[in-house]
Design a protein around this ligand. Structure first.
Ligand code: EPU
Length: 425
């Protein structure tokens, strides 16, 4: 596969505020669903085809990593066919794993296929410290010996075995990592306190179609693994976080938008948008939102699914900076997911952060300013703030937005936004 460049040049998005968005947007496949699906292709030597793959930077990183490990990748638009032509190799390079935390989940599948694997620790990130202790404890419970040498995790097992595994917190990544590993152990594994995000159920659907038997219960996932898994074909679900981003874009601009997505995956956000004064209509494969000139303040807490998703917290914060009245956002998933706050403050937002809570006093208008992105969702939040601000906002982005969105600026333009994209110096 011919991978386009992996590190994007800094970009400047110049957003002219004031347009009321209207129209329809089709959301791409889910980034957070497709990354584990790609990693799961390591579990079989047969071809796996994925449809509706979003061509974002994180998918390019995962593809580069899988190519390095020995997978052949044939990509045609959003269709990816992954196959194996020779032996897999068990070492993941530091350069690729550092670029994206989700790369770490190749460890278990490689271990289950090859009996050993070496994957560097992904390290901390801008959302605060993000350890992998649940992943490693889970692999140890399945019979792996795990050692850390100079920042690289070395896992070995002459034979993995099924086991009960308990997660201290329903981590999405650890649930997916352990599900994949257990799928290739021909015994029973029970995963207690798992994550129930739709992206976990996407992986379960793929693993079951590959021959594993995963059964989901409210408190646990039961995995009857197989010694061999077969190839499969799977279509990736629509990205619920990006869908939420476009709905909030409609709301912040006082507009009317229709977003093609799976409404059931967005319930917690839709409830808060209604509380804020938006009219929201759900149809089988779309959500229609119509926003008042000014929304009302609301209180929310980020929670694991089906709670309010932390991945739309920054975008919702951008909306609430302009609400009538005060709002409160409590972030319970990550230690530091308020990277957007100082940048929104440059635009005139009034936000006070104390511990895990952000107190937002709604202002009548934001002013355009130069702002810098710190992560994917903070980047989206700043773009949305720019849509509603008075004058021009220059969003300087060092590759964050493109990690998770397929042409965010283009899709917003399609809804009537005025956004120019140039390389920044
Ligand atoms: N945690 C631990 N130990 C672990 C694993 C997680 O302490 O071994 C903690 C984390 O530090 C965090 C919490 O558990 O405080 C939740 O982390 P989780 O493992 O659920 O997150 P993740 O799997 O690393 C995925 C998404 C994130 C999303 C979170 C939570 C992918 C590739 N990433 O991360 O998406 O915010 O779940 O829903 O699926 C994004 O798309 O912008 C993004 C950051």
């Amino acid at each position: 596969m011919n991978n386009p460049p992996l590190v994007e040049k800094p970009r400047c998005y110049t957003v002219q505020g004031g347009a009321r968005l209207s129209g329809r947007v089709q959301v791409e496949g889910s980034k957070n669903a497709v990354l584990p699906l790609l990693a799961a292709t390591l579990l079989t030597d047969e071809p796996v085809t994925l449809h509706n793959v979003p061509i974002v930077e994180d998918v390019r990183t995962m593809s580069a990593l899988l190519s390095h490990l020995g997978k052949g990748i044939n990509a045609c638009d959003s269709e990816y066919r992954l196959s194996e032509n020779g032996a897999l190799q068990p070492h993941a390079p530091d350069t690729l794993v550092r670029r994206m935390r989700a790369s770490f989940i190749v460890l278990g599948p490689l271990l289950a296929r090859l009996g050993e694997a070496r994957v560097p620790l992904p390290g901390g990130c801008v959302l605060g410290p993000r350890p992998v202790d649940f992943h490693l404890k889970g692999l140890q419970a399945l019979g792996a010996q795990v050692e850390l040498h100079e920042g690289v995790v070395h896992a070995r097992a002459s034979k993995l075995h099924g086991a009960p595994v308990y997660l201290d917190f329903p981590s999405v990544g650890a649930t997916q990592h352990l599900l994949m590993t257990a799928a290739l152990i021909p015994e029973k594994t029970t995963l207690y306190n798992p994550a129930h995000e739709p992206e976990v159920y996407e992986l379960i659907a793929l693993l079951n179609s590959m021959g594993a038997q995963v059964q989901a219960w409210p408190d646990r996932l039961e995995v009857a693994g197989q010694a061999r898994l077969r190839g499969s074909v799977h279509r990736v679900i629509a990205d619920r976080i990006n869908a939420g981003t476009y709905l909030i874009a409609g709301a912040i601009s006082g507009g009317q938008v229709t977003v093609e997505c799976v409404p059931a995956h967005l319930e917690a956000l839709l409830v808060k948008l209604k509380e804020a004064g938006c009219t929201v209509e759900e149809a089988p494969n779309e959500v229609r939102l119509s926003a008042p000139a000014r929304v009302r303040g609301v209180q929310l807490e980020t929670r694991t699914y089906p709670g309010f998703p932390n991945d739309v917290q920054p975008q919702m914060m951008a909306l609430l900076t302009l609400a009538q009245g005060d709002s409160l956002i409590r972030e319970t998933i990550f230690a530091d997911r308020f990277g957007q706050v100082p940048e929104l403050a440059r635009m005139g937002a009034q936000i006070r952060v104390a511990g895990d809570s952000a107190f937002i006093h709604g202002v009548e208008r934001l002013e355009g300013a130069e702002v810098h992105t710190t992560d994917i969702r903070a980047g989206a939040a700043l773009m949305l703030a720019g849509l509603a601000a008075h004058g021009q906002t220059r969003v300087i982005d060092r590759g964050h937005i493109g990690r998770g969105y397929v042409d965010l600026a283009g899709k917003l333009r399609q809804l009537g936004a005025s956004i120019e994209v140039k390389e920044a110096s």
